[in-house]
Ligand binder design. Structure first.
Ligand code: NAD
Length: 423
């Protein structure tokens, strides 16, 4: 741990991390103070207290948030998180990240995020539905296809999006599919959405390999998290010939130096409920999985897994951040000293919001694309965005994360300047 490392609690506060990265990029861009003030504050922060009748007849009040960080480039865009540890600071940071992410991939959205403090594991489906409908009703005036378009995040899924779409549609008196993305296919979902984030991770990793003259077949990959992002990335990368040598989950980790059979591992997890004890792999210490020597490390689980306390133990050439905020700002410096090529979250996991954008476009057109078209357009955007970020980093002599932030800040600042300040 570096001598100057702050207390871990402070280091891992997502808002602190977001601010540090913002300040560095803004200083390098020499952004003027006024624009900095605009971009450092969320444009709207809403707190709602939602009364909900539980299945046993009691009434409980849940607290929820929706933060719209910026709507300078288009409607707010960002997921809704249901978790017991949701905080306003976290939602604020995630909303700002969405602004930067949408700007990095140059799609016409601002950034927003929502959350409700609740534990979905302890709630029945009916209770979750009531929370969702009341939360949506409270936000009727701020969400909408032209205003702010939510999507799933930790603890929410396509079913929750269907309830939001239905509640919103009942209030406005017509079916409005474009109010949320990540919906079921029969309600205007997009083909390719569920694989999009994992696919995006693979596409930017392939670009990084090309830069280093590496081939997928000799590339050893370690993935943390075997859920939507990590599982899809594992499946697609394994099909593309990468050697996925380890998968690390919260309860177990498995390793095979010749590469895991991902389809069989998925079937094993479905059958047994865990990745542990998979034939054709050895169980390894889950707390050591991140430190395996590899070519690509893909954290796709939670925030703050690489901090000042463990960054010096990471042994990868390329870090592809599938999760949001897996690396703290202090750890960035340690990874830079180790010359690890970081593909930052606001680029690496932007495939999800990109296909969400496609979903919104298709809903508004009322015309749906085939999967090949979705995947081709996703590839076009991920490849162009990787080139833009890495080109910017090379040109300005900064790391990829700072470059991504600089590119994003510059685009959002330019939109604000062009629109002018409404008075
Ligand atoms: P998910 O819930 O589908 O999967 C997360 C997986 O990580 C689960 O299998 C869980 O068991 C595992 N996990 C949790 N804590 C862990 C730990 N400490 N160590 C190892 N494994 C752990 O969630 P997801 O949708 O795949 O999202 C993962 C991350 O990616 C989050 O940070 C999310 O914000 C980010 N993200 C997701 C999307 C998307 O489209 N789903 C898009 C952009 C970013």
């Amino acid at each position: 741990m570096p001598v100057s490392a702050p207390p871990l609690e402070q280091e891992t506060n997502p808002w602190t991390s977001a601010e540090i990265r913002f300040d560095e990029a803004a200083a390098r861009l020499r952004l003027d103070d006024g624009i900095c003030k605009v971009l450092k504050s969320a444009s709207k922060e809403i707190t709602v207290h939602i009364p909900v009748q539980l299945d046993d007849g009691r009434i409980e009040v849940f607290t929820g948030y929706r933060v719209q960080h910026s709507i300078a480039r288009g409607p707010g865009k960002g997921g809704i998180r249901y978790a017991p540890d949701v905080t306003l600071d976290e939602v604020r940071a995630l909303a700002a990240w969405m602004t930067w992410k949408c700007a990095v991939v140059n799609i016409p959205f601002g950034g927003a995020k929502g959350g409700v403090i609740c534990d979905p594991k302890l709630l029945s489906d009916i209770e979750l539905e009531r929370i969702t409908r009341r939360y949506t009703a409270e936000l009727m005036d701020v969400i909408g296809p032209e205003r702010d378009v939510p999507a799933p995040d930790v603890g929410t899924n396509d079913r929750v999006m269907a309830w939001i779409m239905d509640t919103y549609s009942m209030h406005v008196r017509h079916a409005t599919t474009a109010v949320v993305t990540g919906k079921p296919m029969e309600l205007g979902g997009s083909r390719g959405r569920s694989e999009a984030t994992g696919r995006g991770c693979m596409l930017v990793t392939l670009k990084a390999l090309k830069r280093f003259g590496m081939e997928p077949s000799s590339t050893r990959v370690v993935i943390q998290g075997f859920g939507n992002v990590g599982g899809m990335a594992a499946r697609l990368m394994s099909r593309a010939g990468f050697k996925i040598i380890a998968i690390v989950e919260y309860d177990a980790a498995v390793y095979n130096s010749n590469g895991l059979d991902i389809e069989k591992l998925m079937a094993h997890r479905t059958e047994t409920g865990s990745i542990a004890d998979f034939l054709g792999a050895e169980n390894i210490n889950k707390d050591e999985g991140l430190y395996l020597e590899c070519d690509v490390l893909l954290p796709a689980a939670t925030e703050n897994v690489i901090t000042s306390r463990n960054a010096d133990r990471i042994r990868t050439k390329i870090l592809c951040e599938g999760a949001n905020g897996p690396t703290t700002a202090v750890a960035d410096h340690i990874l830079a000293e180790k010359k690890i090529f970081v593909i930052p979250d606001i680029l690496a996991n932007a495939g999800g919001v990109t296909v969400s954008y496609f979903e919104w476009v298709q809903d508004r057109q009322g015309f749906f694309w085939n999967e090949q078209l979705v995947n081709d357009r996703l590839e076009e955007i991920m490849v162009a965005s990787f080139d833009a970020v890495v080109g910017f980093a090379d040109k300005h002599g900064v790391n990829n994360r700072t470059a991504a932030y600089m590119l994003a800040l510059d685009r959002v600042a330019s939109a604000i300047r062009t629109r002018g300040i409404y008075a």
